[in-house]
Ligand binder design. Structure first.
Ligand SMILES: Cc1cc2nc3c(=O)[nH]c(=O)nc-3n(C[C@H](O)[C@H](O)[C@H](O)COP(=O)(O)O)c2cc1C
Length: 171
């Protein structure tokens, strides 16, 4: 199974089965191995396992397909204050690369994941910043909800690719 091709958004988790803390840290480590513009230090992470906090966060994501209250473990990807970065224009790309790394490694480990887009939607990142007490111009970029899938067939290649998407500029 190729973890890149078979990554799918997973939204139903076995809530009796906990992802070990060390695995969550490993997901943060692979996130941080993703590229950043000019090697800038634009990211940090919050591992969330507190159910009360997750319930509060779920109130922000009322339009989300993922019912956030049905998740026990999350990683928040935090963007560093752009004023402190050499390449602020590319920060969201740094953060997006990190998010994808988390979801691919999770898939490889049999862990389901779904990203909750948060920044730059003011309705989402401002209350999320508040709940996580993110200060000094840093911001919540996204949450990755994580858990072991209930459905054994959660990972599959959805064949999104079509060769018509590719333009070939020949030599
Ligand atoms: C920027 C972004 C924001 C997203 N936000 C949400 C969300 O708030 N809730 C949710 O359930 N899924 C969210 N998703 C997941 C998408 O719905 C999902 O990736 C898409 O339907 C394609 O399905 P797949 O991930 O299984 O390929 C988001 C995905 C991206 C890239």
């Amino acid at each position: 199974m190729d973890p890149i091709l078979s990554r799918r958004s997973v939204r139903k988790f076995d809530l009796d089965k906990k992802i070990p803390y060390d695995d969550l840290v490993e997901l943060c480590k692979v996130a941080e191995s993703a590229p950043t513009a000019r090697k800038q230090k634009s990211r940090r992470y919050v591992i969330i396992e507190n159910k009360e906090l997750i319930l509060e966060l779920s109130k922000i994501y009322t339009k989300s397909t993922m019912r956030v209250e049905e998740c026990n473990q999350m990683i928040a990807i935090i963007g560093i204050n752009p004023d402190n970065l050499p390449c602020p224009d590319f920060e969201v790309i740094d953060l997006s690369c990190a998010a994808e790394n988390i979801m691919i490694k999770a898939t490889e480990k049999g862990i389901g994941s779904v990203i909750l887009g948060t920044y730059p939607s003011k309705d989402r990142y401002i209350p999320a910043n508040k709940l996580l007490d993110i200060q000094n111009g840093d911001f919540v970029f996204a949450f990755i909800c994580l858990g072991y899938p209930i459905d054994k067939d959660s990972f599959y290649d959805s064949n999104k690719f079509d060769i018509s998407l590719v333009t070939h500029i020949k030599e």
